[in-house]
Design a protein around this ligand. Structure first.
Ligand SMILES: Cc1ncc(COP(=O)(O)O)c(C=O)c1O
Length: 369
């Protein structure tokens, strides 16, 4: 029996859907904060919320078929210089959350084998889509190359991160000629104000070379619902290896998949520099404070993940302790994500980085452990 069948899956239909966090909040009377998702601790940016609210007034019109001007605004965010933006923009397409694009890219991929990144667990929608599309799933640690390889970097939930040279080596070593590689960089913009230079979206030469010399198509997926805390709005993008690949996705994509509210949100949010500055400044500070407090309270627990990330992957070292930690958190109105459903790590819990007053509520609840 898959682990996800053996646990409470809440509103998810565990037989056909993949479990994710983020569903508890609406069913908790004393809800305080959602620690079960990896969204930005600063919540939805006010500037973009105002733009989205305004756009509801235009919702009796269809969204623009070319996703403009939001698509160009995101391109400018990814590639701030005129020359780079002009050269790369035609490879970018938006989606109704990254999830839509993950599924579209995998549907277009060559048939055959699929393999995940090199980490102990990784965000599961890639695997779900590969399975749905009849691919043979290879194990993480197999030396065999696959027709399609998908790596989540930084990896949700484990918090592992490959720097660009390691990432390129992994790509080179894990995909067959003519295959697809999908690199999920949803959490990468947290890296630092210099995140772009560390992102695969800046590696135009490498992506071109992979395509021309090995026929390997490299896609870079972003979920924008985490960085800009808009999971309910649904916003994602993919940078394709070529404009032709982008148009192949466009051909398969359902029309108007990104609605006018989400487009207006995106168009505004990319200009909110102050929001990102405080994100880069405070996330590592709050993360480290929480890690230190956990280490004091529970010296046997281990906190995993890079220090810039918006969550902590915590090994309580005990299935029973993890189960009780999840129950206590939920009862206190601060749900955390169990490591069991989907990830099959029953001693682990994943908690979002949040401001200290919210962490107080969670850690107070855990005093009973
Ligand atoms: C690494 C990663 N990629 C993609 C997604 C899907 O995001 P979206 O809400 O944009 O569909 C998530 C959501 O948790 C994620 O963690």
């Amino acid at each position: 029996m898959p682990a996800s069948d053996a646990v409470d899956s809440g509103p998810w239909d565990a037989k056909v859907q993949q479990y994710h966090g983020g569903q508890d909040w609406a069913h908790i009377d004393n809800f305080v904060e959602d620690f079960s998702v990896t969204t930005n601790a600063f919540g939805m940016p006010e500037s973009a919320k105002a733009a989205a609210t305004h756009a509801i007034g235009h919702s009796h019109h269809y969204p623009p078929a070319d996703q403009e001007p939001a698509r160009s605004s995101l391109a400018r965010f990814l590639w701030p210089t005129d020359a780079e933006c002009a050269a790369e923009k035609d490879r970018l397409i938006l989606g109704n959350g990254a999830s839509e694009l993950i599924d579209l890219v995998i549907r277009m991929a060559p048939a055959g084998t699929w393999k995940p990144g090199p980490f102990r667990a990784q965000y599961k929608e890639y695997e779900r889509s590969a399975r749905n599309n009849g691919m043979d799933l290879l194990a993480t640690d197999t030396p065999d190359k696959a027709n399609i390889a998908c790596i989540v970097n930084p990896c949700n939930p484990t918090g592992d991160y490959l720097d660009l040279p390691e990432l390129k080596r992994w790509i080179d070593a894990n995909v067959l000629p003519g295959g697809y590689v999908v690199v999920d960089e949803s959490m990468q913009p947290w890296h630092s104000p210099g995140f772009r230079a560390h992102s695969l979206t800046s590696q135009h030469g490498f992506v071109k070379q992979m395509l021309e010399e090995q026929g390997v198509a490299v896609f870079v997926v972003h979920s924008w619902t985490k960085l800009w805390c808009c999971t309910g709005l649904r916003l994602g993008s993919v940078v394709c290896p070529s404009a032709d690949h982008m148009r192949a996705i466009k051909k398969a994509q359902v029309p108007w998949s990104v609605n006018v509210v989400a487009l207006a949100f995106l168009d505004a949010v990319v200009a909110d520099d102050a929001y990102l500055q405080k994100t880069w400044q405070m996330t590592p500070v709050w993360r480290q404070q929480t890690v230190s407090r956990i280490a004091q309270m529970f010296p046997e627990w281990e906190c995993h993940g890079r220090d810039f990330l918006s969550w902590i992957w915590v090994d309580t070292k005990s299935e029973d302790v993890a189960r009780r930690a999840i129950e206590l958190a939920r009862a206190a109105g601060v749900p955390v994500r169990s490591g069991l459903p989907g990830y099959n790590h029953p001693t682990f819990v994943r908690l979002a980085v949040r401001e200290p007053t919210k962490v107080d509520v969670l850690l107070d609840a855990w005093r009973a452990l």
